[in-house]
Design a protein around this ligand. Structure first.
Ligand SMILES: Cc1cc2nc3c(=O)[nH]c(=O)nc-3n(C[C@H](O)[C@H](O)[C@H](O)COP(=O)(O)O)c2cc1C
Length: 397
């Protein structure tokens, strides 16, 4: 039964609003006495991209906010899952909240807590009254995140952590139509991630990009999570499974995306990669044993900078891709007892017309793993890809 405004008491208000989960931040600043001040805040939100604004709502009864208010800048520290004790400390009234806490300074001078999942360095834009709270708007000056840390979560008065079974990308106009595929793949994606014990991605080719449509599970080694919605340039040797079964025009278009004309030898090498993917039915790229030129780590950095819209991102991926082509689709078959550093292992999902519509891509596999392990992981992924392909057939028929 819905109750009218007159019946809303504080307890009920808190209980009902507690159904809305939040992250946990600690807002910090250096007070005018030169000492750091901070308070735990769940009411943090982003407000505007242009200009970049964020907001939080401190209660008027807070003894820390008046100290924060005297500073010209403040830092919003997004707590990581293992920082629950820090949240408790900063939610307590009084005492030296910074005792035993390690921190450094943001570019604007506010305290940045070590180990946080993200930090957002702001100047005060405005402070307005909002009932028994203030509404503080901050203008973002600097920010960064640590992609490897999962956030601490607050829900119904308790702390928890975020562990997605699977995530599907927020629709963007150019890949809305592909998201139906991601939805259809979700159960299989979750199953593969659980059986292999690593992160499994559903990736689609959209024009000249590859887009991570969905992700399940967590990388088994220290690799970073892949952000759903992440875009990668679809340039050789990246995306080979989307081209290996395609017609000559698609192969030519892929080779042309290298950014510069290939020498005959480079062209032959890339065509040989496609032949191997087709013959094997899967695609892998190996790390390790790197000397001199580019490394897989640099390639991942370049892919990130492309995704973040940096001007030279595509060109860097193109250059490193060609330098590292020998790490993709190794010529020699995997030996069951040999150990490998497998960066990516992908299998194709075929649509009703025989074209590759998705790849299931294993990311963050254990390192090292034996050739026999890799074959087992690939077999799990291939079975899932077959099931997804079959459900696409059933729907189109
Ligand atoms: C998870 C969590 C979220 C909180 N969110 C807010 C908030 O958004 N605004 C607020 O004023 N207090 C919030 N608090 C409470 C303050 O942290 C706490 O009342 C305050 O820091 C008390 O100490 P002070 O007097 O030093 O400010 C939150 C506490 C916790 C544990």
């Amino acid at each position: 039964m819905a109750l009218g405004a007159a019946s809303i008491d504080g307890q009920r208000f808190r209980r009902v609003l507690g159904n809305y989960p939040t992250g946990v931040t600690v807002v910090t600043a250096i007070g005018d006495d030169g000492n750091p001040a901070g308070m735990a805040v769940g009411s943090f939100t982003s407000v505007s991209l242009d200009p970049p604004l964020v907001a939080f709502l401190p209660t008027k009864s807070s003894t820390s906010f008046p100290k924060i208010r005297t500073a010209s800048s403040f830092c919003v520290n997004v707590l990581a899952a293992d920082q629950e004790p820090l949240s408790r400390g900063f939610a307590a009234r009084g005492g030296d909240k910074f005792a035993g806490v390690s921190w450094s300074r943001t570019p604007s001078g506010a305290p940045r807590l070590d180990g946080a999942a993200a930090w957002i360095d702001c100047e005060f834009e405005s402070v307005q009254e909002a009932g028994d709270h203030y509404l503080v708007i901050g203008r973002v000056r600097h920010l960064d995140s640590d992609g490897e840390r999962l956030p601490l979560v607050f829900f119904q008065g308790g702390y928890g952590r975020f562990s997605p079974a699977s995530l599907v990308a927020v629709p963007e106009p150019d890949f809305i139509s592909h998201l139906r595929l991601a939805d259809l793949s979700r159960t299989e994606l979750e199953r593969v991630a659980a059986e292999v014990g690593t992160e499994c991605l559903a990736i689609a080719a959209v024009d000249d990009q590859l887009v991570v449509l969905a992700s399940a599970g967590t990388p088994s080694r220290g690799a970073e999570y892949t952000r759903v919605g992440q875009r990668m340039p679809f340039v050789p040797p990246i995306g080979a499974p989307f081209v290996a079964w395609a017609d000559d025009d698609a192969v030519r278009a892929w080779l042309t995306r290298a950014g510069r004309p290939f020498t005959d030898a480079e062209r032959e090498r890339h065509l040989a990669l496609l032949t191997r993917v087709r013959a094997r039915g899967w695609s892998i790229s190996l790390g390790g044993g790197e000397t001199g030129s580019g490394t897989q780590g640099e390639l991942l950095d370049a892919i990130d900078s492309y995704d973040e819209g940096e001007a030279d991102g595509r060109e860097r991926v193109q250059r490193l891709g060609v330098e590292l082509a020998h790490r993709f689709e190794p010529e020699h078959e995997l030996e069951p007892d040999a150990e490998y550093d497998v960066r990516l292992a992908s299998v194709p999902v075929f649509g009703p017309d025989g074209a590759v519509v998705l790849t299931l891509t294993l990311w963050g596999l254990p390192h090292p793993c034996t050739g026999a392990d890799v074959r087992r992981f690939l077999d799990i992924a291939l079975a899932a890809a077959h099931t997804i392909g079959k459900s696409l057939d059933d729907r189109s028929g």
